[in-house]
Design a protein around this ligand. Structure first.
Ligand SMILES: [Fe+2]
Length: 252
């Protein structure tokens, strides 16, 4: 229906009697229909808007949008309440906040790994870059969940993040392999947390949230595969000259 175009409104009584139709000037269809339902002496069960003809319902089912909206109270009035929130459970909101915390924690660990490999006496610049980029990526994930929480009318509640380790050398494995194995474990942990969030969304019948998480799950298995390959390669090359070549390849 085009706004601004004059059109015809047909009114139907609950007993099916057609009260006729009238033309109105340029007013929105919603405004015209609302007026028609509440303004007459007889209770009207439908206000059908059409440009030229009266289309009577043929299925016998009459949608009563204005009656239903009144009953459901879809727009809250409290100043602290979200206006957008709809079919969004408290449990789901809490689970999203937990996921934000997981993403921040992993981002923090990767940031610590960046700082370690960037030291002058470690100087593996490829690994430093890899972990800096990974840290930013996890932070972006946290922010995407924050945006989603706000979109659904939830409240973001940031929680504490744990102080990460600062030393990553390992007597047998060396620092590069040790760090990459740690990263692989973290990515698998994030995957577990995402699957948990997905299960909460399923349990609360939140199809919109499961749809949102789908993209993260795909990215997560791709990240696990990539880091698993890095672990395999570092196990082959040893912790000396081979690790230096591996690090150079990360800069390419
Ligand atoms: Fe992530």
């Amino acid at each position: 229906m085009m706004l601004g175009a004059a059109s015809t409104i047909s009114l139907v009584k609950s007993n099916g009697e057609n009260l006729g139709h009238f033309s109105s000037p340029a007013v929105s269809p919603v405004a015209r229909s609302s007026k028609a339902v509440t303004g007459g002496r007889n209770r009207l069960v439908a206000a059908e808007v059409s440009k030229s003809t009266n289309h009577r319902p043929t299925s016998g089912v009459v949608f009563e949008p204005f009656e239903e909206v009144k009953e459901l109270m879809l727009v809250p009035t409290g100043p602290q309440e979200s206006l957008a929130r709809h079919k969004f459970m408290d449990e789901t909101e809490a689970a999203i906040n937990e996921q934000i915390n997981v993403e921040y924690n992993v981002s923090y660990v990767y940031h610590s790994l960046y700082a370690y490999f960037d030291r002058d006496n470690v100087a593996l610049k490829g690994l430093a870059k890899f972990f800096k980029d990974s840290s930013q990526e996890e932070r972006e994930h946290a922010e995407r969940f924050m945006g989603y929480q706000n979109m659904r009318g939830g409240k973001v509640k940031l929680q504490s993040i744990v102080m990460p380790l600062t030393e990553f050398d390992h007597p047998e494995k060396g620092d590069a392999l040790h760090a990459m194995e740690l990263a692989l474990s973290l990515e698998k942990l994030v995957n577990e947390k995402l699957l948990h969030l997905y299960s909460v969304a399923e349990r609360t019948n939140d199809v919109q949230l499961t749809d949102f998480i789908d993209g993260f799950l795909k990215e997560q298995v791709e990240a696990i595969k990539k880091i698993a390959e890095y672990v395999a390669q570092l196990r082959r090359v040893g912790k000396g000259h081979g690790t230096w070549h591996f690090d150079q390849a990360l800069l390419a």
